[in-house]
Ligand binder design. Structure first.
Ligand code: ME8
Length: 518
């Protein structure tokens, strides 16, 4: 039982807040699923969890898209933010809060943070000129841009840039280079994975310039305190969401005990989270996040997804086609968390069939139907254990240690491989013991083998809950585990199946995937 008053037990985790200038795609879904599995894992492991997601609704891009559609920016934001919220629900994400940056609580927090940075002497008024990308909402150094044969200058990711000059407030980022480097050095787990950490360290070592943090060329944003001609640069606004949702600046409210937290992001926005955000927080005298971890990008059959290539996959359709838990499992298991990953319908089908239908699904249905048929429909008595039985149970009891260590390193794919590895061990155990042959020769021995196998199914199902909450619950129903006995505290000896518990004929949990005819 976790102690809810113990601050050290609090666990705060966030997704990026998404731009609602369009509808979500599979990359957004991937971030949501990965963050959800980390939140669910921590909950089952007895932590007091708070999980946040939401939408990033200000900025020039939103204003321009709304203008094109002939609607107000808030209408566009409200319409698409609802779709992101629906996607979280469709993906069975367990977020505790959903923040929209157009909410009043957020204006209050952002303006408070700005004032603290200003009081610390880190904000000054100046003039800014630079190559600005509307799509990236960022200025680029001339050296980072290239002039195309079509006469259009572009930033490294390919969006056009234009020369913009405006009066602007600046944040003294240049004063934070050494402090950031010291911090990275003292907190080796602050940025992950290592590739991203190295990238950030070399960026900071190359020298930080002051950062332009206000705009006068449009007005869809949070006004700068004391000078409403300026709206805040959208990244100052956006990053603050993580503390708005904990009630900042009211550091006496109970939610504030969740700070600092862990930010899960895509690799595209590492600089904002690992350089700008910690500098803002240092300036404002607020604790820095525990960790910023960037996952890789998803590629469709190895190709970048883009509207022009026509390979953008709608996450709602993908889930409809394959089923939710298989999709969650596929992305978490197939992609090395932190690296880029590729997906295709064939890849998804193969993975679902090998690990789920032929793996845990088959093990559960074979062993449990034998129990229902041959053991009076009850969890059988467990007789004296052979070395093979003991080894099998030890494997199952011990896997949580590996899984916990992997999850702590955010190696989600490895944690799942370890869990599915136990299923392979159990398949070998089951085949080797031949309980179907023991039925005639030694029914008591058969009962013990079936008991051990069902007990492995119980533990695997408990461990699979973060990745596949609904399917794992069905497996736990099959072995009649009460809902109150499904946390990691019930793994191992503590939660062993009780002989005599009635079991139902097992319904299939993971059907085989058969690709539709062309
Ligand atoms: O950047 N593969 O919002 P955004 C994997 N509002 N993940 C992907 C992806 C892909 N192909 N494409 C996008 C923003 N993502 C800002 C964030 S946070 C204070 C503000 C995911 O809607 C990935 O997590 O463009 C990426 O970081 C995020 O979507 C960007 O979402």
């Amino acid at each position: 039982v976790s102690d809810m008053s113990d601050k050290a037990n609090n666990f705060y985790i966030t997704t990026p807040i998404f731009y609602p200038n369009g509808t979500p795609h599979i990359g957004h879904a991937y971030t949501m699923i990965a963050t959800d599995v980390l939140a669910r894992f921590a909950r089952l492991d007895g932590r007091n969890v708070r999980f946040l997601s939401g939408t990033d609704e200000h900025g020039q891009k939103m204003q321009q898209t709304a203008e094109k559609e002939g609607i107000a920016p808030i209408e566009l934001a409200t319409r698409n933010s609802a779709v992101f919220r629906d996607l979280l629900a469709r993906l069975n994400c367990s977020n505790d809060d959903y923040i929209r940056t157009t909410e009043e609580r957020h204006r209050v927090a952002v303006q408070a943070l700005w004032k603290r940075m200003e009081e610390n002497g880190d904000i000054y008024l100046g003039k800014y000129g630079g190559w600005y990308s509307v799509r990236q909402e960022a200025y680029f150094d001339e050296s980072e841009t290239t002039l195309g044969e079509d006469g259009v200058r572009r930033e490294p990711l390919g969006s056009p840039v234009e020369w913009v000059e405006e009066e602007s407030y600046f944040f003294k980022l240049s004063a934070y280079g050494d402090k950031l480097l010291e911090y990275y050095e003292a907190h080796p787990d602050f940025i992950g994975p290592n590739e991203r950490r190295n990238e950030v360290v070399s960026f900071v070592k190359s020298g930080l310039k002051d950062l332009s943090i206000s705009r006068t060329t449009f007005d869809w944003g949070i006004p700068v305190p004391g000078n409403p001609d300026h709206v805040m640069y959208v990244w100052v606004d956006a990053l603050t969401n993580y503390i708005t949702a904990l009630g900042f600046p009211d550091e006496a409210n109970a939610l504030w005990d969740f700070w600092p937290g862990i930010h899960i992001i895509g690799k595209d926005i590492i600089r904002f989270h690992a350089v700008y955000w910690p500098a803002f927080l240092m300036s404002a005298g607020v604790a820095l996040p525990k960790r910023v971890y960037a996952h890789g990008f998803l590629l469709n059959k190895g190709e970048k997804m883009s509207k022009s290539v026509g390979n953008v996959v709608d996450p709602f359709n993908l889930v409809e086609h394959f089923g939710l838990d298989p999709i969650r499992y596929f992305f978490l298991r197939e992609v090395s968390f932190g690296q880029d990953g590729s997906y295709s319908d064939e890849g998804i089908g193969t993975r679902i069939n090998s690990d789920l239908a032929n793996g845990i699904g088959n093990l559960a249905s074979r062993s449990l139907s034998m129990i229902v048929k041959n053991c009076d429909g009850q969890v059988p008595e467990c007789g004296p254990l052979t070395d093979d039985d003991k080894a099998m149970l030890e494997t199952a009891d011990g896997v949580i240690a590996t899984v916990r260590a992997d999850m702590d390193k955010l190696a989600i794919h490895r944690a799942l491989a370890a869990i599915i590895g136990v299923v392979s061990d159990a398949d070998r155990y089951f085949a080797g013991q031949e309980p179907w042959a023991l039925k005639k020769t030694d029914p008591e021995r058969m009962a013990t083998v079936l008991y051990v196998t069902a007990e492995v199914v119980r533990q695997v199902a408990i461990l699979l809950q973060p990745a596949m909450p609904e399917s794992a619950a069905k497996l736990l129903d099959l072995v009649a585990v009460p809902e109150t006995e499904r946390t990691f505290a019930h793994l191992g000896e503590a939660g062993r199946l009780k002989p005599g518990t009635p079991l139902e004929k097992p319904a299939p949990v993971f059907p085989r995937y058969v690709a539709p005819e062309e």
